[in-house]
Design a protein around this ligand. Sequence first.
Ligand code: MN
Ligand code: MN
Length: 301
Amino acid sequence: MVGRYNIEEISDRARASFIGMAIGDALGATLEFMTVPEIAQKYGIFRDIVGGGWLRLKPGQVTDDTEMALCVARAILQHQRWSTEAVADNFAAWLKGRPTDCGDTCRKGIRRYMLHGSLEAPPNEWDAGNGAAMRILPAALFSFPDKELLKKYTLEQAHITHNNPVSDAACLALGAMLHQALRGDSKAQMRRTADALATNFPTFKFDPYRGLATGYVVDTVQTVFHWFFKARSFEECLVGTVNQGGDADTTGAICGMLAGAYYGMDAVPKRWIKKMDVKVITEIEHVVERLISASPAGRGM
Ligand code: MN
Ligand code: MN
């Protein structure tokens, strides 16, 4: 124990969260842009990491979701502090490396930074895609358990590409729920945060679930909340989420980070971990440990 927190337990949850995100990305990527009937016809219920999809991935290969989250993590660890500029530099280096895929709003925001050096996209009512929400995890880990730092880091990394109140609300609610899961809160407690989001922004209401799983952050969050609160295991959360199709790699990544933090490493199926890209898992193990030890909780605060 350091301070008020059991750092071993938090590290386990943090690890499961980051690995869970990568697994959700790799699992869902096969189904990206497919409809529910198309998935059912081709796979029945899809539950294994097999690669393919429109990006023709190798089994266990991740996409922009995990890669951009790793950019945020690298930026923090290179400087041992939060630097929005370092995050933007890592995004720029990633984009120059010709990634497998990159969303339009992300690409536009990174290009703006490369051309003009501005760290904040102009406010835009249309930039409510899920591209900022999918990469919040390193901000949540490095700020744990400080709510003000969580808010600052989450929004600063988001605004590099997405400056939109609906995206912001989603990012903040998901960040708060990650902190709750890391400290061992129950689903009932986490549900209050999800319900508060839907009270402040009724568009996020997810019960009854409408079944839309597009890249619009509202549809993404509804899908993640529906399956996270309905399912009873890490595996069920992810299988339910990705079988909704649509932006399945990103709904998978976000559900994977929440469910990983909630259920911990023991609940993450070994058959999925074994399929993952070893380089990605190795880097995740490396960064998670360091993000948690550099966080306020890791420093005994
Ligand atoms: Mn992706
Ligand atoms: Mn996606």
